[in-house]
Design a protein around this ligand. Structure first.
Ligand code: PEP
Ligand code: MN
Length: 338
């Protein structure tokens, strides 16, 4: 259940509610929002009736959470969650953009891309240090050395770092460097990794698995949330379908569908969703028009030389063009003229 407190509820009143919950063996979590304080108590209705809590001083309303995703559910929060990533609000009024190469390949490559990403006004740089690759013979990422380069890029260009944790063994290392930890599509149901991400103090970008339903994706988010990390961003990155013209199929409709079911921000990755540079901009536009809170896109200074995902990397000029177009679409939506 979600217990909504009155706007002027005192600390003592909040503590009294927590004590009643605790008496029934339930751990309540206090959530503060600009509107009011609420207490989230997953599965509390199994042990307590709402009418035990509702008459208590300072309580405004008790809302049952009927969804199986207790923490990810839109019913479980008084409003939409905004995840802060190094000063960038994901899920707020502004479109959040993360951009950079698929992987860190060298200092020169990373810095060249980071320079134009920063010049574009984008404040989050994406680049993998540990790469999950389909083939064990393909470029696996520069690992620890890449993490050092990402730290230098953050300092030099004042950019937040988005990078992937591929396994529990190297999670600590990635966590120290990242401002936003990516859990990749192939790891969406790696439950040990999800639980470790849930114990992190850093926000998590959870990609949808290529064959995952919306329900499975939200349960994966629930793994992270239920370990205590409430800063989860969902990312649609294309799913496997019968279409053969693109690497994956961008599931545009899952963006509004996810936003109806959850309070978490939802962003889109048109790069992995298409695998083709010429399809990235139109799909980025579609995702933003469908209500995505942000985009994560791959861009490279010389895609022909890229060690991974070159065919889908936007050229610098494409990247600037995409930003201009999606910002204009976002402005139309924000003006409420549709
Ligand atoms: C990536 O972001 O480079 C990546 C490997 O993404 P995904 O997990 O969506 O395939
Ligand atoms: Mn990639």
């Amino acid at each position: 259940m979600l217990i909504l407190m009155e706007p002027g509820a005192t600390l003592a009143q909040i503590q009294a509610v927590l004590a009643v919950l605790e008496g029934a063996g339930i751990r309540g979590t206090v959530q503060e929002s600009p509107v009011a304080v609420s207490i989230l108590a997953p599965n509390a209705s199994r042990a307590l009736k709402a009418d035990r809590i509702e008459p208590m001083d300072g309580v405004s309303r008790v809302v049952p959470i009927t969804s199986p995703f207790k923490l990810a559910s839109a019913d479980g929060a008084p409003g939409r969650t905004v995840v802060e990533v190094r000063g960038v609000a994901v899920g707020g009024p502004e479109l959040a953009v993360m951009a950079g190469p698929c992987g860190v390949e060298s200092r020169e490559q990373l810095f060249t891309v980071a320079r134009y990403v920063a010049e574009s006004g984008t404040r989050l740089l994406r680049a993998g240090a540990f790469k999950p690759r389909t083939s064990p013979y393909a470029f696996q990422g520069m690992g620890t050395e890449a993490l050092r380069l990402l730290e230098q890029a953050r300092r030099e260009f004042d950019l937040g770092i988005v990078t992937e944790a591929t396994e529990v063994e190297t999670f600590d290392e990635v966590e120290r460097t990242a401002d936003l930890i990516q859990v990749g599509a192939r790891n969406m149901q790696n439950f040990a990794l999800l639980k470790r991400a849930g114990r992190s103090g850093k926000p998590v970008l959870l990609k949808r698995g290529p064959a995952a339903t919306l329900e499975e994706w939200l349960f994966a988010a629930e793994y992270v949330l239920s370990e205590g990390n409430r800063n989860v961003i969902l990312c649609e990155r294309g799913i496997r379908t019968w279409s053969q013209h693109a690497r994956n199929t961008l599931d545009v409709s899952v963006i509004p569908a996810a936003k109806l079911l959850t309070h978490l921000p939802v962003i889109a990755d048109p790069s992995h969703a298409t695998g083709r540079r010429d399809l990235v901009i139109p799909c980025a536009r579609a995702a933003v028009a469908a209500g995505a809170d942000g985009l994560i896109v791959e861009t490279h200074c010389s895609p022909g030389q890229a060690l991974s995902d070159g065919p889908q990397a936007l050229l610098p000029s494409d990247f600037f063009q995409m930003l201009d177009q999606v910002q204009r679409i976002r402005a139309v939506l924000a003006a409420g003229s549709l």
